[in-house]
Design a protein around this ligand. Sequence first.
Ligand code: SF4
Ligand code: SF4
Length: 367
Amino acid sequence: MNFDKMKYGQKYFPDVDVRDLYRCVSCGNCRSVCPVFEVGGWESTNTRGRILIARNLYEGAEFEEEIFDSINTCTTCGICAKTCPAGANPPALVEGIRKGLVDMGKMTETQKRISETVDEFGNTLKSEEKRNSWLTSDIQVPKKADVVYFVGCLDSYRYKETALKTYKILNKLGVGLLEDETCCGSPLLRIGFSAEKQTDHNRKQFIRSGTKTVVVGCAGCYNTLKSNFPELEILSVSDFLSKNIEKLKSAGLKKLDITVSFHDPCHYGRDNSIFESPRKIILEICTLKEMKNTKEKSKCCGGGGGVRTGYNDLSIEIAKRRWEDLPKGVNALVTTCPLCVRNMRDSNSNPEIQVLDIIDLIESALE
Ligand code: SF4
Ligand code: SF4
């Protein structure tokens, strides 16, 4: 091992775990699973190619703009890490390289725009609206609550009906809301920026509310809050509602005569092993027919890691491939993350199959 190169790398890429960089033995196993490679077909769009580029940068190779199309197209789906026989963690490596480059001022226009947007507006959608504008006047929000619903940017602004449906149910179970939630910081962290401002802001909000447990409706928020707030219990909406399933049944949850399939979001499933709670809820309501690749082997929707914003066509192509895993004879594809909802809806070519957030299914079963 060349220690001079290692010293060079750590100086510029302090967030890179050297073991990930040098564990890779270039076996190419990850070629069979990387969703970006499946669409792109070039070695540089594959995990192994990304690691080679990362290693070269780390060891002092001159930076060239073209490497962005390799380093920035990783969706951080994590399936390569589960498949790697050498135990490398490529998405963590990619994030460390992105961070080092950003710290050196090397970033794409898209990265810059996302960072400036979140910094200025507190959300990824450039919205100046109040974050809780979806809230209706008939709902009484408790001033202080041990358990709060963290809505996330997408449901706060793009899918307001999901936020309202979710909170109508959670509110009846005593869950509160933060007075002034801001972006969790996930979109920044995934593309190489820090999110201290957002984390500090939300920390003050959690303290003000007396929060002990956070219920989250987005897989990216879940992952980020879980690592930034180890002192709090972080639960997905499906975890929380599956724990309260008897209360939902008492509230009139009924069976629906439909068959659905379930898409596991990468950050809930592979990253945090949340596999059973959404399935438990679905099975209380209707018939579940599994997709071809599920749970640990679930394929990415293409939306994460900044890919939907930076490489829209690639992102939608990845989602189209995910549709190929849908079994025949289902009425809807259910998932639990708004980013997956968005990508699967935007790539859906069959109008007879709806893409639902699990909360849509629960709400229909409560009607
Ligand atoms: S599977 Fe692991 S060791 Fe093999 S090429 Fe991919 S990252 Fe490297
Ligand atoms: S995390 Fe996913 S997109 Fe990124 S290199 Fe691994 S398999 Fe490819």
